[in-house]
Write a protein that binds this ligand. Structure first.
Ligand SMILES: Nc1ncnc2c1ncn2[C@@H]1O[C@H](COP(=O)(O)OP(=O)(O)OP(=O)(O)O)[C@@H](O)[C@H]1O
Length: 260
Protein backbone atom coordinates (compact mmCIF):
# COMPACT_ATOMS: atom_id res chain seq x y z
CA UNK A 1 0.00 0.00 0.00
CA UNK A 2 1.25 3.49 -0.77
CA UNK A 3 0.96 5.84 2.20
CA UNK A 4 2.90 8.69 0.63
CA UNK A 5 1.15 12.01 0.40
CA UNK A 6 4.01 14.06 -1.08
CA UNK A 7 3.74 16.36 1.90
CA UNK A 8 7.35 17.03 2.84
CA UNK A 9 8.19 16.08 6.44
CA UNK A 10 11.88 16.81 6.01
CA UNK A 11 13.32 19.22 3.46
CA UNK A 12 17.10 19.53 3.15
CA UNK A 13 18.36 22.01 0.61
CA UNK A 14 21.88 22.97 -0.46
CA UNK A 15 23.48 21.59 2.72
CA UNK A 16 27.23 22.11 3.23
CA UNK A 17 29.09 20.77 6.28
CA UNK A 18 32.78 21.42 6.94
CA UNK A 19 35.15 20.04 9.56
CA UNK A 20 37.87 22.69 9.49
CA UNK A 21 38.83 22.82 5.81
CA UNK A 22 37.39 19.40 5.06
CA UNK A 23 34.19 19.57 3.00
CA UNK A 24 32.22 16.57 4.36
CA UNK A 25 28.76 17.39 2.96
CA UNK A 26 28.69 19.15 -0.37
CA UNK A 27 25.42 20.67 -1.60
CA UNK A 28 23.14 17.88 -0.39
CA UNK A 29 19.42 18.28 -1.11
CA UNK A 30 16.59 15.80 -0.63
CA UNK A 31 13.06 15.54 0.72
CA UNK A 32 11.42 12.89 2.90
CA UNK A 33 7.65 12.85 2.40
CA UNK A 34 4.88 11.91 4.80
CA UNK A 35 4.34 8.15 4.71
CA UNK A 36 7.76 7.46 3.26
CA UNK A 37 10.76 5.40 4.37
CA UNK A 38 13.76 7.12 2.84
CA UNK A 39 17.14 5.35 2.77
CA UNK A 40 20.45 7.18 2.91
CA UNK A 41 23.14 4.96 1.41
CA UNK A 42 26.83 5.60 0.91
CA UNK A 43 30.28 4.13 1.52
CA UNK A 44 32.11 4.74 4.82
CA UNK A 45 32.85 8.42 5.24
CA UNK A 46 30.37 9.52 2.55
CA UNK A 47 28.73 12.10 4.81
CA UNK A 48 25.57 10.29 5.98
CA UNK A 49 26.01 10.77 9.74
CA UNK A 50 27.17 14.35 9.20
CA UNK A 51 23.95 15.08 7.29
CA UNK A 52 21.84 13.44 10.02
CA UNK A 53 23.71 15.36 12.71
CA UNK A 54 22.90 18.62 10.94
CA UNK A 55 19.22 17.63 10.73
CA UNK A 56 19.26 16.75 14.45
CA UNK A 57 20.77 20.16 15.19
CA UNK A 58 23.92 18.61 16.68
CA UNK A 59 26.23 20.34 14.25
CA UNK A 60 25.93 23.64 12.49
CA UNK A 61 26.15 23.46 8.71
CA UNK A 62 28.18 26.09 6.85
CA UNK A 63 25.12 26.77 4.69
CA UNK A 64 21.87 25.29 3.45
CA UNK A 65 18.39 24.99 4.87
CA UNK A 66 16.65 22.23 6.82
CA UNK A 67 13.01 22.14 7.77
CA UNK A 68 11.08 19.51 9.72
CA UNK A 69 7.28 19.41 9.40
CA UNK A 70 7.52 22.92 7.95
CA UNK A 71 9.64 24.35 10.81
CA UNK A 72 13.05 25.76 9.96
CA UNK A 73 15.62 24.06 12.17
CA UNK A 74 17.44 27.34 12.89
CA UNK A 75 14.54 29.78 13.05
CA UNK A 76 12.17 27.50 15.02
CA UNK A 77 14.45 24.85 16.54
CA UNK A 78 12.09 23.83 19.36
CA UNK A 79 9.17 23.23 16.98
CA UNK A 80 11.42 21.38 14.54
CA UNK A 81 12.85 19.15 17.28
CA UNK A 82 9.46 18.44 18.83
CA UNK A 83 8.49 16.88 15.49
CA UNK A 84 11.59 14.71 15.29
CA UNK A 85 12.54 11.42 16.96
CA UNK A 86 16.17 10.33 16.97
CA UNK A 87 17.36 6.82 17.71
CA UNK A 88 20.22 7.33 20.11
CA UNK A 89 23.26 5.09 20.29
CA UNK A 90 23.42 2.63 23.19
CA UNK A 91 26.23 4.67 24.76
CA UNK A 92 23.89 7.66 25.18
CA UNK A 93 21.88 5.98 27.94
CA UNK A 94 22.71 6.31 31.61
CA UNK A 95 24.07 2.89 32.62
CA UNK A 96 22.83 3.09 36.22
CA UNK A 97 19.16 3.58 35.26
CA UNK A 98 16.69 0.76 34.69
CA UNK A 99 14.81 0.41 31.39
CA UNK A 100 11.57 1.73 32.89
CA UNK A 101 13.44 4.70 34.40
CA UNK A 102 15.07 5.48 31.04
CA UNK A 103 11.73 5.32 29.19
CA UNK A 104 10.10 7.50 31.82
CA UNK A 105 13.00 9.99 31.70
CA UNK A 106 12.86 10.38 27.91
CA UNK A 107 9.05 10.54 27.88
CA UNK A 108 9.43 13.46 30.31
CA UNK A 109 12.10 15.15 28.16
CA UNK A 110 9.79 14.89 25.14
CA UNK A 111 6.85 16.19 27.17
CA UNK A 112 4.95 12.89 26.90
CA UNK A 113 4.41 11.87 30.54
CA UNK A 114 3.49 8.19 30.85
CA UNK A 115 2.50 5.91 33.71
CA UNK A 116 4.32 2.78 34.85
CA UNK A 117 1.46 0.68 33.41
CA UNK A 118 1.96 2.36 30.02
CA UNK A 119 5.68 1.60 30.21
CA UNK A 120 4.93 -2.06 30.89
CA UNK A 121 2.52 -2.13 27.97
CA UNK A 122 5.18 -0.59 25.69
CA UNK A 123 7.68 -3.20 26.86
CA UNK A 124 5.13 -5.96 26.26
CA UNK A 125 4.74 -4.65 22.69
CA UNK A 126 8.44 -5.13 22.03
CA UNK A 127 8.56 -8.48 23.83
CA UNK A 128 10.61 -7.08 26.71
CA UNK A 129 8.05 -7.22 29.52
CA UNK A 130 10.61 -8.80 31.86
CA UNK A 131 13.17 -6.07 31.24
CA UNK A 132 11.53 -3.17 33.11
CA UNK A 133 13.85 -3.50 36.12
CA UNK A 134 17.01 -4.39 34.19
CA UNK A 135 19.77 -1.94 33.40
CA UNK A 136 20.35 -0.96 29.75
CA UNK A 137 23.76 -2.64 29.67
CA UNK A 138 22.21 -5.95 30.71
CA UNK A 139 20.23 -6.18 27.45
CA UNK A 140 21.53 -7.77 24.27
CA UNK A 141 22.35 -5.53 21.28
CA UNK A 142 19.03 -6.34 19.60
CA UNK A 143 17.05 -5.68 22.77
CA UNK A 144 18.86 -2.35 23.23
CA UNK A 145 17.92 -1.38 19.65
CA UNK A 146 14.26 -2.13 20.37
CA UNK A 147 14.29 0.03 23.50
CA UNK A 148 16.06 2.90 21.75
CA UNK A 149 13.51 2.86 18.91
CA UNK A 150 10.67 2.97 21.46
CA UNK A 151 12.32 5.99 23.06
CA UNK A 152 12.82 7.71 19.69
CA UNK A 153 9.12 7.40 18.91
CA UNK A 154 7.63 7.94 22.37
CA UNK A 155 6.28 11.40 21.46
CA UNK A 156 4.85 10.13 18.14
CA UNK A 157 7.07 12.37 15.99
CA UNK A 158 6.39 13.14 12.33
CA UNK A 159 9.98 12.34 11.40
CA UNK A 160 12.10 9.48 12.77
CA UNK A 161 15.87 9.44 12.14
CA UNK A 162 17.63 6.09 12.37
CA UNK A 163 21.39 5.80 11.90
CA UNK A 164 22.23 2.20 10.96
CA UNK A 165 19.49 0.80 13.20
CA UNK A 166 19.80 -2.83 12.09
CA UNK A 167 23.57 -3.27 12.18
CA UNK A 168 24.38 -6.41 14.15
CA UNK A 169 20.78 -7.59 14.50
CA UNK A 170 19.70 -11.18 13.84
CA UNK A 171 17.18 -11.73 11.00
CA UNK A 172 14.23 -11.95 13.43
CA UNK A 173 15.07 -8.67 15.16
CA UNK A 174 15.77 -7.02 11.82
CA UNK A 175 12.36 -8.08 10.48
CA UNK A 176 10.71 -6.77 13.65
CA UNK A 177 12.45 -3.44 13.24
CA UNK A 178 11.37 -3.25 9.59
CA UNK A 179 7.79 -3.85 10.73
CA UNK A 180 8.05 -1.05 13.26
CA UNK A 181 9.36 1.29 10.55
CA UNK A 182 6.46 0.24 8.33
CA UNK A 183 3.96 0.98 11.08
CA UNK A 184 5.48 4.47 11.43
CA UNK A 185 4.98 4.86 7.67
CA UNK A 186 1.38 3.65 7.93
CA UNK A 187 0.65 6.49 10.34
CA UNK A 188 1.71 8.85 7.57
CA UNK A 189 4.98 9.74 9.29
CA UNK A 190 8.41 9.78 7.63
CA UNK A 191 11.51 7.71 8.36
CA UNK A 192 15.05 8.61 7.32
CA UNK A 193 17.47 5.75 7.81
CA UNK A 194 21.08 5.13 6.95
CA UNK A 195 22.10 1.60 6.10
CA UNK A 196 24.90 -0.35 4.48
CA UNK A 197 22.50 -3.16 3.66
CA UNK A 198 21.29 -3.06 0.08
CA UNK A 199 18.91 -5.89 0.95
CA UNK A 200 17.36 -3.71 3.64
CA UNK A 201 17.11 -0.72 1.30
CA UNK A 202 15.31 -2.85 -1.30
CA UNK A 203 13.05 -4.44 1.31
CA UNK A 204 11.77 -1.35 3.14
CA UNK A 205 12.78 1.91 1.46
CA UNK A 206 10.33 3.70 -0.79
CA UNK A 207 13.13 5.89 -2.13
CA UNK A 208 16.85 6.07 -1.54
CA UNK A 209 19.62 8.59 -2.00
CA UNK A 210 23.12 7.37 -2.77
CA UNK A 211 25.74 9.72 -1.38
CA UNK A 212 29.45 9.64 -2.13
CA UNK A 213 32.24 12.05 -1.12
CA UNK A 214 29.63 14.34 0.41
CA UNK A 215 27.47 14.58 -2.73
CA UNK A 216 24.18 12.97 -3.67
CA UNK A 217 24.84 10.95 -6.83
CA UNK A 218 21.36 9.45 -7.30
CA UNK A 219 17.87 9.64 -5.78
CA UNK A 220 14.96 7.39 -6.77
CA UNK A 221 13.05 4.25 -5.87
CA UNK A 222 15.30 1.16 -5.67
CA UNK A 223 13.46 -0.36 -8.64
CA UNK A 224 13.83 2.77 -10.77
CA UNK A 225 17.56 2.98 -9.97
CA UNK A 226 18.11 -0.63 -11.02
CA UNK A 227 16.09 -0.05 -14.16
CA UNK A 228 17.88 3.17 -15.02
CA UNK A 229 21.40 1.81 -14.59
CA UNK A 230 20.95 -1.77 -15.77
CA UNK A 231 22.73 -1.09 -19.09
CA UNK A 232 25.51 1.02 -17.56
CA UNK A 233 28.86 -0.68 -18.41
CA UNK A 234 30.26 0.01 -14.89
CA UNK A 235 27.22 -1.59 -13.29
CA UNK A 236 27.28 -4.59 -15.63
CA UNK A 237 31.00 -5.09 -14.97
CA UNK A 238 30.45 -5.46 -11.18
CA UNK A 239 27.34 -7.65 -11.38
CA UNK A 240 27.92 -11.14 -10.05
CA UNK A 241 25.10 -13.42 -11.04
CA UNK A 242 23.91 -12.07 -14.37
CA UNK A 243 21.09 -10.17 -12.62
CA UNK A 244 21.54 -6.49 -11.78
CA UNK A 245 20.95 -5.76 -8.09
CA UNK A 246 20.85 -2.54 -6.09
CA UNK A 247 24.32 -3.41 -4.78
CA UNK A 248 25.65 -3.53 -8.36
CA UNK A 249 24.17 -0.09 -9.01
CA UNK A 250 25.63 1.20 -5.73
CA UNK A 251 29.13 -0.08 -6.48
CA UNK A 252 28.86 0.98 -10.12
CA UNK A 253 28.06 4.54 -8.99
CA UNK A 254 30.45 4.81 -6.03
CA UNK A 255 33.37 2.67 -7.27
CA UNK A 256 35.06 -0.46 -5.93
CA UNK A 257 37.72 1.26 -3.85
CA UNK A 258 37.54 0.81 -0.07
CA UNK A 259 37.35 4.17 1.68
CA UNK A 260 39.96 5.27 4.16
N1 LIG B 1 34.12 15.45 14.02
C1 LIG B 1 34.77 15.29 12.88
N2 LIG B 1 35.93 15.94 12.63
C2 LIG B 1 36.59 15.81 11.47
N3 LIG B 1 36.17 15.03 10.44
C3 LIG B 1 35.03 14.37 10.62
C4 LIG B 1 34.26 14.46 11.83
N4 LIG B 1 33.17 13.67 11.71
C5 LIG B 1 33.26 13.13 10.48
N5 LIG B 1 34.37 13.54 9.83
C6 LIG B 1 34.76 13.17 8.45
O1 LIG B 1 33.71 13.55 7.57
C7 LIG B 1 33.49 12.55 6.58
C8 LIG B 1 32.05 12.11 6.64
O2 LIG B 1 31.85 11.37 7.85
P1 LIG B 1 30.41 10.75 8.23
O3 LIG B 1 30.54 10.19 9.60
O4 LIG B 1 29.36 11.75 7.96
O5 LIG B 1 30.32 9.56 7.15
P2 LIG B 1 29.28 8.37 7.05
O6 LIG B 1 28.78 8.39 5.65
O7 LIG B 1 28.30 8.45 8.13
O8 LIG B 1 30.26 7.10 7.23
P3 LIG B 1 30.05 5.63 7.89
O9 LIG B 1 29.32 4.83 6.87
O10 LIG B 1 31.47 5.17 8.03
O11 LIG B 1 29.32 5.81 9.18
C9 LIG B 1 34.51 11.44 6.85
O12 LIG B 1 35.62 11.64 6.00
C10 LIG B 1 34.90 11.66 8.30
O13 LIG B 1 36.23 11.24 8.53
Amino acid sequence: MNHQSHTPILEVSGLHVYYGNFHAVNDVSFTVNAGEIFGFLGPNGAGKTSTLSAVEGLLKPRSGSISVAGFDIHKQPLHARANMGVQLQATSFQPELTISEIISLYAGIYGAAISYEQILSILRDIKLEDAAGKRFGQLSGGQQQRVSLVIATIHDPHLVLLDEPTTGLDPQSRRQLWERMESIREKGHGVLLTTHSMEEAEAVCDRIAIIDHGRVVAIDTPEALIDHYRHDPEVISVSRKGKITLEDVFIGLTGRAIRS
